[in-house]
Structures are given as structure tokens and as C-alpha cells.
Design a protein around this ligand. Structure first.
Ligand code: PMP
Length: 415
């Protein structure tokens, strides 16, 4: 019998958990079911090894030394950048800035772009489903400049109301900043359309790609995004490293975000001239081992392949959704037509925290609360959700253990 495409994909992912040492351990005396990858993913051995080898064989400070070891470290760091550049299909290494993560990527743009381009009476558009990291930096920039923050509303399924968005765009709009995939709902936003509509009026768009990059192919040129930012730790890389991609025309026009070593050309007490991209935005000693680890994560993901990852996870999310819908009293929050890897839900009459605590006792790790999206929770009139978030190292047995745990929690909490 010829195996179907889906069977082949399932087979491909069967052994993948072996690549993740942490997933071999127990939690609460049971094999761990890790369903909190939206908060931070686990790391494959290849990433751990790359960081280990870097420290054992190549560490020195980058960009400054003439000696061989410093050049080796610089090569390793810049190789990480080049790997990310081709991963997201950015036109050049100059447009790939190392930052601490998505939060810093957004803060960099909100601070630097807005200092140059935002004035009193201007507007910035975000959406109702943003993570606090894509709200607060813009609020701060607006407060500083006397500008206004406008918010694209969503419908009850958790989808952006695009007609309202189009009506918001005007001559005063200086930036549109939206999440590619929602961390609380799983909604995949129509980012191509968002960008196209903004560009028709000459407005740049920043995408928060924190929850998209681990699950789907991101091609910044195809998207035509002006800025795209994400965190290494959510895509199987280390913590403390992330990426801000920006179009050269914007990055050249923006002032540096932080001052210090590495980002200068010449310094006198009278005047400093700044270095070229990307170094202009990378003040101080960077996270060299982080860049090496992120590069290894990129190589690891590419070896598996985006198409397979997306197809496998779509099937798993569908299975999880169907199984969860069978549980009495469960209400799924976020039922958009296009979703990725997040299943948020509530048990009517039970507090999310209590459900999470019972699941923990059963060896199932989920997140409960507002997921750093308080305005979104307000929109749904709920204090928070229970969120199971998937990665390609999860499987149907994980879902079965989750659903059995949710049934048990419902029985315990509601009887
Ligand atoms: N945006 C989204 C959509 C996220 O899910 C997260 C992390 N939960 C962030 C931004 C912030 O990422 P980090 O904490 O890695 O900077």
C-alpha cells in the first residue's frame, strides 16, 4: 500500500522528540507533555551543541581583534546573521539586526523611528489582539510625541475587521504595527492585505512575528514588510537573542537606538559618527553565543522543512480542536478561519488557574492567564484562558493526555 502524504509527514515527526533532551524527562512523575511552546520552545541537541562548541573552541569578543580567535568568533556571529538572512529571505545582512527578542525589536523601532518620524497629531495603528510588547512601546512613543494610538477591532471569532482597518488609514498614519499570528488566539492575520493597504498610502508596516516564525515560512520580501521582528527562544533557539529585520531605506533614515561601543565610526567629545548597518543598531558586546545558537536553530528547522512543519502542526491543531470540542463545558476562545498552533479555551464555571494546576499534577504543562494580552481578554470579557500551544515535537498522545486532563479537571472543579 502506498503511504499517503499525511502518513509520511506523521512518520517524519515520530522520532523528532528524541532530538530534544528536556522532553525525555518526567514532570510530576509522568512523561512530560509540554504544551507551552508559545511562551518558549524547547531546544534540540543541535542547538545546545552549537553553543557548547562555540564556548569550547571559538569564544573571544567580536569585530575588534586582529588575532585568529577573535576572527573565528566574528565569523561564527556573522554566520548566524547570514543564516537568518536567508531563512527569512532578507535582501542583505545589513537589514538583519540582532536584538534581545521581539520586545526589543519593537522597542527599537518605536523609539528610533518615532523619534524621527512621529509628530503631534500623528497616528499609529495596532490591533485589538496585540501582545503587550506591541502595545506599550507605541503608547510610550505616542505619549512622547503627542500622537494617537488607534486600534483595529476584531470580531467574536478573533479576526481583524478589515473594513474598519481600511477606514483608519489616513494622512496622519505613520505606522501600522500588527501581530502576524496571535499568541492568545492562534489567529493568522491577513498580513499581505494589511501591508498592501498601508503601502497604498505610503505607510510602513511592522509585523510582530514571534508566533509565526516557529510555524510557517516567512519571506520578508514576498510580504513586503518594512519591519519584521521575532525571538530566537520561540523558534528552538536560545533565550536572549532575536531579530529585527528592517528595510534599508528605513534603517538608514533612523537614528541609533542605543549608543556605545561597536556602533560608532569615530568618536570625539565634540561629535560622534555612527557605523554602518547593521552595527549602527548593535551597541555593546552582542550575544555572540546566542547568534550561534539561533543559526543552529535555523539550520535545524530547515532540515525538517517548513512545508512539513506547517502541515503536521495543522493536522495536530485540528485534532486538538475536535477532541476538545467533545468535552462538555469547554469553550474555545479564538475560532478564526485561519489559525496556527494555539488552542485557548475555558471550562465554564472553572477558573483557568485551577485547571492549569490540575493539569500540572498530571504532567501536562499549559499556560493560564491573560498571556500578555489584557486588552484582548477585556474584549472577550474574560480574565484569561487556558492555552495549549503546539510545536512539531508534540503528537496526538500529548493531545489525548491534555483532553483527558481537562475532563478530569472539569469533573473535579464542577462537581
Ligand atoms: N509578541 C508575541 C505575539 C509574543 O507571543 C511574545 C512572547 N510571548 C512577544 C511578542 C514577546 O516576545 P519576547 O518576550 O521574546 O520579547
Amino acid at each position: 500500500m502506498v503511504a499517503t502524504e499525511q502518513e509520511n509527514i506523521t512518520q517524519l515527526f515520530e522520532g523528532i522528540r528524541q532530538d530534544f533532551p528536556l522532553l525525555q524527562q518526567d514532570m510530576r512523575g509522568k512523561p512530560i507533555v509540554f504544551l507551552d511552546s508559545a511562551a518558549s520552545s524547547q531546544k534540540p541537541q543541535a542547538v545546545i551543541n552549537a553553543i557548547d562548541t562555540y564556548y569550547q573552541e571559538s569564544h573571544a569578543n567580536v569585530h575588534r581583534g586582529v588575532y585568529e580567535l577573535s576572527q573565528k568568533a566574528t565569523d561564527a556571529y556573522e554566520r548566524g546573521r547570514a543564516l537568518v538572512r536567508q531563512f527569512i529571505n532578507a535582501p542583505s545582512d545589513e537589514e538583519v539586526i540582532f536584538v534581545r527578542g521581539t520586545t526589543e525589536g519593537i522597542n527599537l523601532v518605536a523609539s528610533s523611528y518615532c523619534r524621527k518620524f512621529l509628530s503631534e497629531g500623528d497616528e499609529i495603528i495596532i490591533s485589538a489582539m496585540e501582545h503587550h510588547s506591541n502595545i506599550v512601546p507605541w503608547q510610550m512613543a505616542c505619549e512622547f510625541a503627542g500622537a494617537k494610538l488607534r486600534v483595529i477591532p476584531i470580531n467574536d471569532r478573533g479576526e481583524l475587521i478589515m473594513e474598519e482597518y481600511e477606514q483608519m488609514l489616513n494622512d496622519r498614519t505613520k505606522m501600522v504595527a500588527v501581530v502576524h499570528v496571535s499568541n492568545s488566539l492562534g489567529t493568522i492575520n491577513p498580513v499581505e492585505e494589511i501591508i498592501e493597504k498601508a503601502h497604498q498610502k505610503g505607510i510602513p508596516v511592522l509585523l510582530d512575528g514571534a508566533q509565526a516564525i516557529p510555524h510557517m515560512k516567512v519571506d520578508v520580501q514576498k510580504l513586503d514588510a518594512d519591519f519584521y521582528t521575532f525571538s530566537g527562544h520561540k523558534m528552538f533557539g536560545p533565550t536572549g537573542i532575536g531579530i529585527l529585520y528592517g528595510k534599508k531605506k528605513w534603517l538608514d533614515a533612523m537614528p541609533p537606538y542605543q549608543g556605545g561601543g561597536e556602533m560608532i565610526e569615530t568618536v570625539t567629545f565634540e561629535k560622534t559618527t555612527y557605523g554602518n548597518l547593521p552595527h549602527k543598531f548593535e551597541a555593546g558586546t552582542p550575544d555572540i553565543s546566542g547568534a550561534v545558537g539561533l543559526g543552529a536553530a535555523v539550520e535545524y528547522m530547515e532540515k525538517i522543512g517548513h512545508e512539513a512543519i506547517t502541515a503536521y502542526e495543522a493536522e495536530l491543531l485540528q485534532y486538538a480542536t475536535e477532541e476538545m470540542q467533545k468535552v462538555d463545558g469547554v469553550r474555545i476562545i479564538g475560532t478564526a478561519g485561519k489559525k496556527a498552533s494555539v488552542l485557548s479555551f475555558l471550562i465554564d464555571g472553572a477558573h483557568p488557574y485551577d485547571v492549569g494546576t490540575i493539569l500540572d499534577q498530571l504532567g501536562v504543562a499549559v499556560r493560564t492567564g491573560h498571556h500578555c494580552t489584557q486588552p484582548l481578554m477585556d474584549r472577550f470579557g474574560i480574565p484569561g484562558t487556558i492555552r495549549a500551544s503546539l510545536a512539531f515535537y508534540n503528537n496526538k498522545e500529548d493531545i489525548d493526555r491534555l483532553v483527558a486532563g481537562v475532563r478530569r479537571a472539569a469533573k473535579m472543579l464542577l462537581s
